[in-house]
Design a binder for this molecule. Structure first.
Ligand SMILES: *Cc1c(COP(=O)(O)O)cnc(C)c1O
Length: 242
């Protein structure tokens, strides 16, 4: 039997490789416009994409993948060809009863938005002997968006890291409300400024604010110009989702 996932179809590798190349060229141009600054890592958002496409992206050189649904992540990790080294990111809403599918299994959880989660992550990570890195999702829109914590609540979450020895906060994440590019840019800039203020503030145990996760297919260039270190790009790499 042929293993379709371990050896992806050449046409698929070519097609996704071409998309990747275009995204990387746009990243490079945005980094050029931004000027000196942090390294930017590309995360391919693979939610609701076939495993064959993700393997093809890996064959084309992509190493970071982002998933939004806990069970889908679990299934993909189960079926992933083990010889292909990859870093998985969890970027969806977190239900605490699903933490077992991500803690110790992902390089980074992007969407922590309440203090109880930090404790729960740490306890689970302690059992496995891991230190789980995560980001705090910030809600700068203040509108009806449910996900994310208000900027004024971020310090309390960072303080909660002091007692969570097996969880480490390494930065902030945002999904801005839909809007015009210049509107979106303002959210990216505000998140970077918040990040800088927190970094300049008192040192906190269990906290190392080095990452800013912002920007998707439609706006990753703006995000890079405003200081993103992680961009989350789905459709521009994989095409439309199922
Ligand atoms: C789906 C998703 C993305 C990727 O969106 P595209 O528009 O396909 O690039 C990025 N971040 C989050 C949190 C997502 O849910």
């Amino acid at each position: 039997m042929t293993d379709h996932t371990a050896t992806p179809k050449p046409e698929l590798v070519e097609q996704i490789g071409a998309n990747l190349q275009r995204v990387r060229a746009r990243m490079a141009a945005a980094i050029e416009r931004r000027g000196p600054g942090p390294e930017v890592r590309l995360i391919g958002v693979s939610k609701r994409q076939a495993l064959a496409k993700i393997v093809a992206a890996h064959a084309a050189g992509l190493r970071d993948f982002g998933e939004n649904y806990a069970q889908e992540l679990r299934d993909k990790l189960r079926d992933w060809p083990p010889e292909r080294d990859a870093r998985w990111h969890y970027i969806g809403a977190i239900q605490s009863n699903k933490l077992k599918y991500m803690v110790g299994k992902t390089a980074l959880i992007h969407t922590v938005d309440r203090p109880e989660l930090i404790d729960a992550i740490s306890r689970r990570a302690a059992n496995g002997g891991w230190v789980q890195e995560f980001l705090i999702e910030v809600n700068l829109g203040g509108e009806d968006q449910k996900a994310g914590v208000a900027p004024s609540d971020v310090p309390a979450l960072l303080d909660a890291c002091a007692t969570a020895e097996h969880a480490r906060c390494v930065g902030l994440m945002i999904i801005p409300p839909p809007g015009e590019p210049e509107h979106t840019r303002r959210f990216f800039r505000e998140l970077r400024e918040l990040h800088e203020r927190l970094r300049d503030g008192p040192e906190r145990p269990g906290v190392d604010l080095r990452e800013l996760s912002m920007g998707m297919s439609a706006d990753f260039e703006l995000a890079i110009e405003e200081g993103a270190t992680l961009i989350r790009v789905g459709t521009a790499i994989f095409g439309a989702r199922a």
